[in-house]
Design a protein around this ligand. Structure first.
Ligand code: C5P
Length: 208
């Protein structure tokens, strides 16, 4: 298989878990674009770069290059010899990542990194099926209610359910510009589905 499959969706819609399982069933790598946006955000924090200054961010990316490694279980992002992966899914990164991801020059940088990767693979994010891989063979877009997504995320974050849901809804608003289904994407409402059911549903679509 030399095709690209895109799985986009809103925050905490289960994209990463679904994409990694679909990829493993198909025996191809999966690629998480969110990891790159998160790594840029962490780099901005570590280097004390102004998060509002996209030129400064792009300059720091030249001096501190980030590498995405699509491991089968989980992606990793390295900055030189340092593994950034353990620092990417924190509440602090959650709070700033949308602001950083809105900068057109940052999006161009991330898009270039992704387009360099050799297919086949499953790519997950917000704009994989629209901006980055518009010619992908199969496109999916996952949605779920804010409550269900907060309940899923509560298993990974220390905060209470209400504040997790409020933070997710805020990120939904901030991500609206870059997160929408491609016209030819298959939208999957996952609120009442288990992870395995979503994976099966997508695999059926891929084998059609
Ligand atoms: O997928 P995840 O929720 O980890 O992504 C973190 C953030 O990175 C998103 O909230 C969004 O702001 C940004 N992002 C994006 N485009 C992508 C993937 C992620 O703007 N393709």
């Amino acid at each position: 298989m030399t095709v690209i499959i895109t799985i986009d969706g809103i925050a905490a819609s289960g994209k990463s878990s679904v994409a990694s399982r679909v990829a493993s069933k198909l025996k191809v790598p999966y690629i998480s674009s969110g990891y790159l946006y998160r790594a840029v955000t962490y780099l901005v924090y570590v280097t004390q770069t102004d998060p509002a200054d996209q030129d400064a961010i792009v300059a720091v990316l030249q001096t501190h290059p980030l590498t995405l490694i699509p491991r089968p279980e989980e992606n990793e992002v390295w900055q030189g010899e340092e593994n950034y992966t353990p620092f990417l899914h924190t509440t602090e990164v959650d709070l700033t990542v949308s602001e950083i991801a809105q900068h057109p020059k940052v999006r161009t940088w991330v898009t270039e990194q992704l387009k360099d990767l050799p297919p086949p693979f499953v790519a997950e994010g917000r704009d994989m099926g629209t901006a980055v891989f518009p010619h992908a063979r199969h496109k999916f877009y996952l949605i779920a209610s804010p409550r269900v997504r907060a309940q899923r995320r509560a298993k990974e974050r220390p905060e209470d359910l209400e504040s997790i849901q409020a933070a997710l809804e805020m990120r939904d608003r901030e991500d609206r510009v870059q997160s929408r289904p491609a016209e030819d994407a298959h939208v999957v409402e996952t609120s009442d589905m288990t992870l395995e059911q979503v994976v099966e549903h997508i695999l059926k679509g891929v084998y059609l």
